[in-house]
Design a protein around this ligand. Structure first.
Ligand SMILES: [Zn+2]
Length: 248
C-alpha cells in the first residue's frame, strides 16, 4: 500500500453524469469547455447549474433585467448545444450581490441529490488572488455540498428531494480555474468547439473583449500543455471527496 493508493486521483474519463456548478453563465465553458465537450462525446450527461443571475456584466446596459436575462439564456443555450449540455438550471442569486455561502449550499445539495452526479465540476475556491466573491463562495459551497451530500441531516433547499434521496457515490470533484492542477486534460480535439461555445456569450463580451478572451485562452491552453504529448490543455484539480477535508 502507498499513500497515493489511498486516495488516487479520480478518473474523470469514467464520468457518466456530471453536475457543473458555476458562478456565472459562462464559467464552465470558459474554464473547462474542451474537456466537458469531450466527456459529452464519450457519453457523459452534462447538467449545468448557475449560481447567480449574471446581470452585472451585461454589455448593453440599456436592456431591462428581463431582456438581459433572456439574452444571457439565449447565449447559454447556444453554447450548451455545442458542448452537449443536457440540462441547464439556475439559482438566480444576485450577481456580485448580497447573498452568502449558506444560501448557496442548500441549493447545491438539492441539485446533487436530484441529479446524482458521479462527478462535480466547480471553480477552485482556493485560487490565489481570486477577488470575485461569486467564484469563491460558489467553489466553497460546491466543495462542501459534495462532501455533505450523503449526510441527510444536512438539509437541502427542497425537503421533497431530501426525503426521496437514498445516497449515491460521488467519485470526484474537478476544480477549474486552478493554479494547482493535478490533471491537464487533453483538449486538442475539442478546442474548436470550445472556442465556438465561448464565442456564443455575446451579451457579456463586446467584440474586443471576446477577442482578448479567446487570445488568452489560446495562449494558456498551449502553455499548460508544454511537456505533454498534446498541444492544448485545460488544467484541473481532480480530487476524491475525502480529499477535501483535513488534507490526509
Ligand atoms: Zn464568473
Amino acid at each position: 500500500m502507498t499513500i497515493e493508493s489511498l486516495l488516487p486521483i479520480p478518473d474523470i474519463f469514467s464520468a457518466k453524469r456530471i453536475l457543473c456548478i458555476q458562478p456565472h453563465y459562462d464559467d464552465n465553458d470558459i474554464a473547462a469547455g474542451g474537456i466537458l465537450t469531450q466527456l459529452a462525446k464519450n457519453g457523459a450527461e452534462l447538467f449545468y447549474l448557475t449560481a447567480t443571475n449574471d446581470l452585472m456584466g451585461i454589455v448593453d446596459t440599456s436592456l431591462s433585467d428581463e431582456e438581459a436575462a433572456n439574452a444571457l439564456k439565449r447565449d447559454q443555450f447556444a453554447a450548451g448545444k455545442i458542448v452537449g449540455v443536457k440540462e441547464q438550471s439556475w439559482c438566480g442569486y444576485p450577481d456580485a450581490g448580497d447573498y452568502n455561502y449558506f444560501d448557496l449550499r442548500p441549493d447545491f445539495l438539492k441539485h446533487i441529490r436530484m441529479f446524482k452526479p458521479d462527478f462535480v465540476f466547480a471553480p477552485d475556491a482556493w485560487l490565489t488572488y481570486e477577488g470575485h466573491r461569486d467564484h469563491i463562495q460558489t467553489g466553497l459551497a460546491a466543495a462542501e455540498a459534495v462532501m455533505f451530500a450523503g449526510l441527510t441531516k444536512i438539509a437541502s433547499s427542497d425537503p421533497e428531494v431530501d426525503s426521496g434521496y437514498e445516497g449515491h457515490s460521488i467519485q470526484g470533484i474537478a476544480l477549474y480555474f486552478t493554479r494547482e492542477p493535478n490533471t491537464i486534460a487533453d483538449v486538442t480535439s475539442t478546442w474548436e468547439e470550445k472556442i465556438a461555445a465561448v464565442k456564443c456569450y455575446k451579451a457579456q463580451f463586446d467584440p474586443e473583449g471576446m477577442e482578448q478572451l479567446v487570445f488568452a485562452l489560446d495562449m494558456k491552453s498551449q502553455q499548460v500543455a508544454q511537456g505533454q504529448s498534446f498541444t492544448r490543455g485545460e488544467p484541473l484539480k481532480v480530487l476524491h471527496p475525502r480529499a477535501l477535508h483535513c488534507g490526509i
